[in-house]
Design a protein around this ligand. Structure first.
Ligand SMILES: [Zn+2]
Length: 319
């Protein structure tokens, strides 16, 4: 794929949506290279409007990468209409979508905020609780914006167990305690599947890193909004990331943060289904780290494995 000069391209093909000036974009920060995209930040020299141009990239076929960028823009447009946008909760404002030399470019208005993972580290206890509650409220709004409504369904445990076994079975079973945790997940699957759960259109990658906050407003990022499934599949990864980011001696603080998040989300979420989904996700994380070399495996042993054992205990308690 040919790298495009994004600033030059926008100056030819994208007028400022605020003041309608042409050719007024200048770069305001170095481009940021991520796994699946390159992020460019620009400002209009006429009215100071700030925008972000996200250029899709990836190891896949060019057409797949393009399709992903197109889909991302469509999701942003749909969410812009359906999500109840207000001064406290929102999604990114889509401005335009361009294609050039095989690249898909999603243009959004810049939102000035820190990601929630970074923000949580700098907040005091009451600030953390408030932020976690707000993240729960935001997720509830997203789930209620989906066209599936709030139907009832199950966890779909069979697919999850198959995926875990075929992808990470060997690396998890090499350690007796994590093998036991995987066995427990299989043992409790039938019981967890019996619980009636809300089926919603899922965020697909909901974690503190994918939420921006400027101190007042919360804006969600990287919303896949593809699969319909049990809401716990968005809740569980968020809670797991909260735990992984917490310090070992701060369990009590993590519990408070979790409780606030759940209170913000509202409604009743069956504990045994939630614990099952949490254990599933952290087993996937652990497997993923163990499969990625020695350094990653050391981190996994110190941080992720204790969480697996803790969640296995919690799943047993919830059963
Ligand atoms: Zn302008």
């Amino acid at each position: 794929m040919i790298e495009v000069d994004v600033v030059r391209l926008l100056n030819v093909r994208f007028d400022c949506t605020r003041c309608h000036a042409s050719g007024s974009w200048v770069r305001v920060a170095r481009s940021l290279r991520r796994q699946n995209s390159v992020i460019h930040r620009m400002r209009c020299v006429c009215c100071s409007e700030r925008i972000v141009a996200k250029v899709g990239r990836g190891a896949g076929l060019r057409d797949d990468v393009l399709a992903q960028s197109r889909r991302e823009y469509e999701v942003l447009c749909a969410l812009h209409r359906k999500f109840p946008q207000d001064e406290r909760y929102g999604t990114l404002v889509p401005l335009d979508y361009l294609e050039s030399a095989g690249n898909g470019i999603v243009i959004t208005r810049y939102f000035c905020g820190d990601d929630l993972a970074r923000r949580l580290r700098s907040l005091d206890v009451s600030g953390r609780r408030e932020a976690c509650r707000s993240a729960g409220i935001w997720l509830r709004k997203l789930h209620e914006s989906g066209d599936s409504g709030m139907q009832t369904g199950g966890l779909g445990v069979a697919d999850k167990l198959d995926y875990l076994a075929s992808t990470y079975g060997d690396v998890l079973d090499a350690d007796a305690k994590t093998r036991k945790a995987r066995e427990l997940l299989a043992q409790e699957a039938a019981r967890a599947e019996m619980v009636a759960l809300h089926s919603v259109r899922l965020h697909g990658d909901f974690k503190p890193q994918n939420m921006l906050c400027d101190g007042t407003k919360y804006v969600g990022l990287d919303i896949h909004w593809g699969n319909v499934g049990a809401a716990v599949y968005d809740i569980a990864p968020f809670l797991s990331h909260l735990r992984l980011a917490g310090r070992a001696r701060a369990d009590r603080l993590c519990e408070l943060a979790e409780a606030e998040f759940m209170a913000g989300y509202g409604g009743s979420v069956p504990v045994c289904a939630l614990r099952w989904a949490q254990l599933y996700f952290v087993l996937c994380y652990l497997g993923g780290y163990r499969a990625h070399g020695r350094l990653a495996a050391i981190y996994a042993h110190l941080r992720v494995r204790p969480l697996v054992l803790d969640l296995a205990r919690r799943l047993q308690e919830a059963a």
